[in-house]
Design a binder for this molecule. Structure first.
Ligand code: ATP
Ligand code: MG
Length: 348
């Protein structure tokens, strides 16, 4: 019987499409860095949220292969999945995720879900034709977190509101059923401090830097896929949209294109943002900045893709089975506690 004794750090990237540089810098890399920093002290859950993949149109024929591919991406990003405190799993292989999501749904308000910025952005003017799953996915995400009592959830800035929803649901149910029901995930500011950052990571599209880089949005010039040929990726950077101010400063409001490049450079080089900003401050040449980012990016992709080719898929799938067994036990235990609290199971 597996029991959890350590605090949990948890994150995942849905497997609907090919992962982007945004996913790498906003989710894979922070998780791997936390794993390295806190090895032994925390439990790490890095799962594939395959159920989340169904919220937007997806190629169903390719979905399962993408799920396995996602796990390989985690390994290539440096996740030490063999570590005894690390668990990799597929969400749909742990039925408690869907079951808890339903219960949480009934403690979540329609109004709070439809106000979510990401829902409004993704639904656009077509609210009549978007799936209820898209409206509802933050509740499933809350279940993903609460099932394992995860306090630490390293996600990109776009998931900030959804993390807050997970906190609100947990607090609301704890008020009703007692504080021992759920471990409440930490606030956004504590998450940032834990990850050693002052602001969330939000990689923008290279062609429209007012928008975030997303894997499900058709924006080939603005999106770097982790599978892009390094030369193709470099060309996209060289063609990135900037502005006509003719100076380089870290300023999301006035210079989002340039700021995006500065952020990508700092994260790829593993240097503090302040140091990169100081290096480039008031240099007039956007061309030089683009060259530096293009070089860092193509070197990164070459190395990443070589690591991806080297992943031992059979061993990974074997590890997955053991890990899913343990997580089914944990998730099942939480679900039973909640089922009992809400009156679906007898109280002992
Ligand atoms: P989709 O368009 O399919 O929603 P996505 O790129 O937003 O794709 P998700 O699977 O929704 O990817 O998100 C997975 C993780 O990647 C989350 O932690 C999210 O915050 C992070 N992430 C996604 N895009 C970015 C981005 N542009 N910058 C930083 N982090 C990001
Ligand atoms: Mg998303």
């Amino acid at each position: 019987m597996f029991t959890m004794t350590k605090e949990v750090i948890l994150t995942g990237v849905r497997s609907n499409d090919q992962p982007t540089l945004g996913n790498y810098l906003g989710a894979f890399l922070p998780m791997v860095e936390l794993q390295r920093k806190f090895a032994g002290a925390y439990q790490v859950n890095m799962f594939v949220p395959d159920l989340h993949s169904l919220t937007t149109p997806v190629d169903h024929g390719g979905l399962y292969a993408n799920t396995v591919m996602s796990l390989k991406y985690y390994a290539a990003a440096g996740l030490d999945w063999r570590n005894q405190d690390t668990f990799i799993y597929r969400q749909s292989f742990i039925p408690a995720h869907s079951e808890l999501a339903w219960i949480l749904d009934c403690f979540t308000y329609f109004g709070e879900m439809r106000r979510m910025t990401q829902f409004k952005e993704k639904a656009g003017d077509g609210e009549e034709n978007v799936s209820v799953g898209l409206l509802n996915y933050p509740v499933l995400m809350a279940a993903d977190i609460l099932l394992y009592g995860a306090r630490w959830v390293p996600v990109g800035d776009d998931q900030r509101q959804h993390l807050e929803i997970a906190r609100n649901i947990a607090l609301r149910m704890n008020r009703k059923f007692g504080d021992e029901l759920f471990t409440v995930p930490e606030t956004w500011s504590k998450q940032l401090a834990f990850a050693g950052r002052t602001e969330g990571v939000r990689i923008r599209s290279l062609s429209s830097p007012d928008k975030k880089m997303s894997k499900s949005v058709q924006d080939p010039r603005g999106t770097i896929l982790l599978s892009d040929h390094p030369d193709t990726a470099a060309k996209k950077v060289l063609g990135a949209t900037t502005d006509s101010l003719g100076r380089i400063s870290f300023d999301w409001q006035r210079q989002p294109g340039v700021t995006n490049l500065l952020q990508i450079l700092a994260l790829l080089q593993g240097k503090p943002q302040g140091e990169i900003n100081a290096d480039w401050l008031d240099k007039p040449s956007y061309g030089e900045l683009k060259q530096a980012v293009a070089k860092a990016l193509s070197e990164f992709l070459e190395d990443f893709q070589a690591k991806l080719r080297g992943v031992d898929e059979a061993a990974l799938l074997d590890g997955l089975k053991t890990s899913e067994k343990a997580m089914n036990q944990i998730a099942g235990g939480t679900l039973l506690r909640v089922q009992t609290a809400v009156g679906l199971r007898p109280r002992r």
